[in-house]
Each structure stands twice: as structure tokens, then as C-alpha cells.
Design a protein around this ligand. Structure first.
Ligand code: ADP
Length: 255
């Protein structure tokens, strides 16, 4: 028996296939989200990697922002339930999850028995999201994947006080015009994202262990800034970005 979870986000599509023993047989990620060829391509890639054809997959569960537009799903489940399930698979004793994706940020509190207890989400604004980082990387003429490496070289922080992405863009451009050290400016950009995430987490209550999920978990600069903001350790996993798809596949297996 195989189950497939597909998480169709604003920035990317993720797919995980599990076998009946709850083991990952394949995972795939395509950096194209809802409304693109991303969902179709990510499913094809995951099936190829697993050496399976679609009819061999008994349950297909879609989640994420674009789940309702994905017609091939047997069921559609909210990201919150899927992220909670995926997070508990990744880190069984997890108590708080911070998920930073392309356009939303969610803080989840997980009970001692591993079920979702409470959550808080950001308002409909790009502040504190992956999109904010993507816009900043573009201004800096960098790939978003290289921000963390630059952040590591920082010997100070140039604060970016505007939370609105449009105002922050002007603020960063004015810092660039003053020739501030790029690494310190990137540290400030990361601090801005981390402080919004920390505020959401405080609203659900921060209990350790804490797991970060979503694509921004790949950015070690944001992870470090969040650790500093809350004075705790934040765990990440190679499965952080596919946590929602993983949770969807687990739900497909009846977990
Ligand atoms: P969504 O589910 O909304 O599509 P994701 O959880 O896939 O979003 O997160 C997408 C965001 O993650 C991007 O906007 C980007 O900022 C960030 N991201 C993705 N991969 C990396 C990486 N390798 N390094 C740094 N940041 C990354």
C-alpha cells in the first residue's frame, strides 16, 4: 500500500510517497507552486523516484494553498493538520512548530500526545514570510539560498525596521546607498523575519522541543536569528520543507 501527500504552496510544490510501514519511498520538490505545472511535475518526479505508477498509489491527499485546484486528489486536508502530523513524524516529542513558507507563517502548539492543540497565523501580508526574503534577495542581486552564508559573516546587525515588504524594500535600498556591509544588512533582514515569527510563537506559547518547517527552515540565518530572539534551540530537518506533504501522506495512511 502506498499513499501520496502533495503540498501545493504559493512558491513550491512538494510530494511525498509513503509505504504501508510509514516509510518515505520518495520525496520531490519543484520550485513552482499553485497555478503552474509544479503540481503535475512534482507528482511525476516522486512517482519516477519511487518506481511506481499512479494507479499503485491508493490514497492521494492534497494540502496547501492550492489544494482545491488539484483535481487528482482523493481528499483535501488543511495545511495545519498536515504540518502537525508531518512535524510529529519528524520529531516525535515536538511541542511547538514554526512553519515559514512562501506566503504564510504559522505557529502550532502540539500536545504531549502529539496532536495539534492551537495555532496562530500571520495576517495576509508578506512581512515575515519567504516572499519577503525572496524580494530582499532580488534587491541584493543574490539567490535566496545564499543569504545564510552571507549572514554568517556579519559582525553586526543593520536593523530593517519596516515590516511591510514595500517599505522594507525602500529601506534596504537606502542602506545600500549608504554602503552598509551587506552581511550586516542581511542579518537585519533575517532578524526582521525572526522577530515576527517569535511574536507568533509567543502567542501560542513556546514549549521545547521546537521544530521549524517550511522552505525558510533551509535558511540557517533565519534559524539562528529566531534562536537568538527566543533564547532557545530550534531544530530543523532535511524533511522540513516537505513536512506538509509528509503529513498529508500520513493522513492518507490513516495516521
Ligand atoms: P510554500 O509552501 O508557500 O510554497 P515553501 O515552504 O516551499 O513555501 O517556502 C518557500 C520559501 O522558502 C521561499 O520563498 C524561500 O524564501 C525559502 N527557501 C526555499 N528554499 C530555500 C533554500 N534552499 N535556502 C533558503 N531559503 C529557501
Amino acid at each position: 500500500m502506498f499513499a501520496m501527500g502533495i503540498d501545493i504552496g504559493s512558491a513550491s510544490s512538494k510530494c511525498v510517497i509513503l509505504n504501508g510501514a510509514f516509510e518515505i519511498v520518495s520525496q520531490a520538490l519543484v520550485s513552482a507552486g499553485t497555478g503552474t505545472s509544479g503540481p503535475r511535475r512534482v507528482v511525476e518526479t516522486a512517482l519516477d523516484l519511487a518506481g511506481l505508477s499512479q494507479p499503485q498509489v491508493s490514497h492521494v491527499i492534497a494540502t496547501g494553498y492550492g489544494r482545491n485546484a488539484y483535481e487528482a486528489a482523493d481528499e483535501r486536508i488543511s495545511e495545519l493538520s498536515c504540518h502537525a502530523k508531518g512535524a510529529v513524524w519528524i520529531l516525535p516529542n515536538v511541542r511547538t512548530v514554526i512553519d515559514i513558507g512562501g506566503q504564510d507563517v504559522k505557529a502550532l502548539s502540539i500536545g504531549a500526545e502529539g496532536t495539534l492543540q492551537n495555532f496562530v497565523m500571520n495576517d495576509k501580508c508578506a512581512a515575515g514570510t519567504g516572499r519577503f526574503l525572496d524580494v530582499m534577495a532580488r534587491i541584493l542581486e543574490m539567490d535566496v539560498c545564499d543569504l545564510a552564508e552571507q549572514d554568517e559573516k556579519a559582525d553586526g546587525v543593520v536593523p530593517v525596521s519596516s515590516t511591510c515588504v514595500v517599505f522594507a524594500e525602500s529601506e534596504v535600498i537606502s542602506h545600500l546607498a549608504k554602503n552598509v556591509p551587506i552581511s550586516n544588512l542581511i542579518a537585519g533582514i533575517h532578524q526582521s523575519v525572526a522577530s515576527r515569527a517569535a511574536n507568533l510563537m509567543k502567542r501560542v506559547g513556546v514549549l521545547e522541543p521546537v521544530l521549524m518547517t517550511g522552505g525558510v527552515a533551509n535558511n540557517a540565518g533565519v534559524v539562528r536569528a529566531l534562536e537568538r530572539a527566543l533564547n532557545i534551540q530550534i531544530k530543523t530537518s532535511p524533511y522540513s520543507q516537505v513536512a506538509g506533504a509528509l503529513g498529508a501522506a500520513l493522513i492518507g495512511l490513516g495516521r
